[in-house]
Write a protein that binds this ligand. Structure first.
Ligand SMILES: [Zn+2]
Length: 440
């Protein structure tokens, strides 16, 4: 099966944001040809892309699908209060139906706004349910069931024994590695230093190394969390992660807002990647990550919306916009251009997940993970394509979305789910979830 995306403006993102006019021929799951395609295989489906921008699907390296229906339920709070008073009790109240509805809602929002790859952190149960929905959705994902074996104010239903936590992740690694025709794989997800014992973190470090699995955690998010970690461990948060064997090239650390010079050096030397979550950091009042400083130290920095409960959107293009605006404010004009920020949400995100040979750019041989943006639906009428997408409401223009050469969205309509039904189901499970949740 071949698809010819004909006559668009291509933003391959392989080297900056330079636009070229051309076609993309997709054969099976991969990009077969880029440029002017004159000959196509028989039975090629032709999709007219005139007036459209074609770019790699966005890669979001930090999301929480299981928090999607918590949107608007925990507002105007700082990180630790937000977690302890609302998010953890709400996660503890999840049942299979609420997790499924919640994950579907989040995936629908991500896919229809142009995100084709995610790194997701779940809660301490229901990893198989999340995985089933990831497979079903058609998205590319690395996911992990959150690991929590200690911590202040963690609801009893969320805390696990160290052994159970490790066994649960080991089972999920076994069941879901290379699922969904290879689109899905596992990432160990110790939640953060405050909810994991040293024993758990050390075991994760070892197991991830042996199985060459990613590790996904939160660190250096707010000043309060930073000093709490220092209080418990006697070390800087990233110094501690390095000591327990978690700072490695296979680790993706969400946030990295409050990072001192010694920690920056550990990040650089260990090869750990960081995910910038600008909306979440601003909304929880955590601060602003100095992405330019991280990038200058050659740390790989991806972008993520975090969860719907702290954003409250899952729109990757909005995160790109904020990333470049915040960097200009912190570091001056030119420090992180719109094209640089878009590169973080595509090529760099793929690097963080060790998927750069598969996705994150439009190049021959890469997986056909492609977003087609209709320029007529963006603010216009003309101008630089990257500026139009990043500052002109990129997600609004998303017309078609392909993952692995399969159309998941066509003409703005999702093909694998009914958005009305997904929304209704989420609304249906919410009252029961709220009834079960013991929020303070
Ligand atoms: Zn998070």
């Amino acid at each position: 099966m071949a698809i010819l995306l004909r006559g668009g403006t291509l933003l391959p993102m392989a080297d900056g944001g330079r636009a070229i006019a051309g076609d993309v021929l997709v054969s099976g799951a991969r990009i077969a040809q880029i440029g002017t395609v004159e000959q196509t295989p028989p039975d090629t489906e032709i999709v007219d892309c005139s007036g459209c921008y074609l770019l790699p699907g966005l890669v979001q390296t930090h999301v929480h699908l299981v928090q999607t229906i918590f949107r608007g339920l925990a507002e105007d709070l700082g990180l630790l209060d937000w977690l302890r008073r609302f998010i953890w009790p709400l996660e503890a109240a999840h049942d299979e139906a609420s997790v499924r509805a919640c994950v579907r809602l989040g995936l629908g929002e991500l896919i229809t706004t142009g995100t084709t790859t995610i790194l997701d952190m779940g809660t301490t149960r229901w990893g198989d349910v999340v995985a089933e929905e990831l497979v079903r959705s058609g998205i590319r994902a690395r996911f992990g069931q959150a690991m929590m074996d200690t911590g202040e104010n963690v609801p009893a239903d969320l805390v696990e024994s160290t052994r159970d936590s490790l066994d649960a992740s080991a089972g999920l690694v076994k069941r879901w590695s290379k699922a969904g025709a290879g689109r899905i794989a596992y990432a160990y997800a110790p939640r953060f230093a405050l909810s994991c014992t040293r024993e758990l973190l050390e075991a994760v470090g070892m197991l991830a190394k042996l199985s060459e699995t990613l590790v996904h955690t939160h660190s250096n998010e707010s000043a309060e969390e930073r000093s709490a970690v220092q209080g418990v461990t006697g070390m800087s948060p990233i110094g501690y992660l390095a000591q327990v064997g978690i700072a490695t090239p296979r680790t993706v650390i969400a946030h990295g807002v409050h990072v001192d010079d010694a920690e920056l050096q550990i990040l650089r030397e260990s090869g750990s990647a960081v995910t910038h979550c600008p909306s979440s950091n601003l909304k929880l009042g955590s601060g602003v990550a100095d992405v330019v400083r991280l990038r200058q130290a050659r740390v790989i920095v991806g972008i993520g919306a975090d969860g719907a409960a702290c954003n409250n959107e899952l729109d990757g293009f909005e995160e790109v916009r904020l990333a470049t605006l915040l960097a200009r404010t912190l570091r001056g004009q030119g420090a992180l251009t719109a094209a640089d920020a878009l590169g973080m949400a595509t090529r760099e995100g793929a690097r963080a997940l060790h998927l750069e040979a598969e996705t994150g750019t439009l190049e021959v041989g890469r997986r056909a993970d492609i977003v087609v943006i209709d320029s007529e639906r963006l603010a216009g009428p003309g101008g630089d394509p990257v500026a139009r997408i990043v500052f002109g409401g990129g997600s609004r223009g998303v017309r078609d979305v392909l993952v692995d050469g399969t159309l998941l969205v066509r003409g703005g309509v999702p093909l694998l789910f009914d958005p009305g039904e997904v929304r209704a189901k989420a609304a249906e499970v919410l009252p029961a979830l709220l009834g079960r949740a013991q929020v303070a």
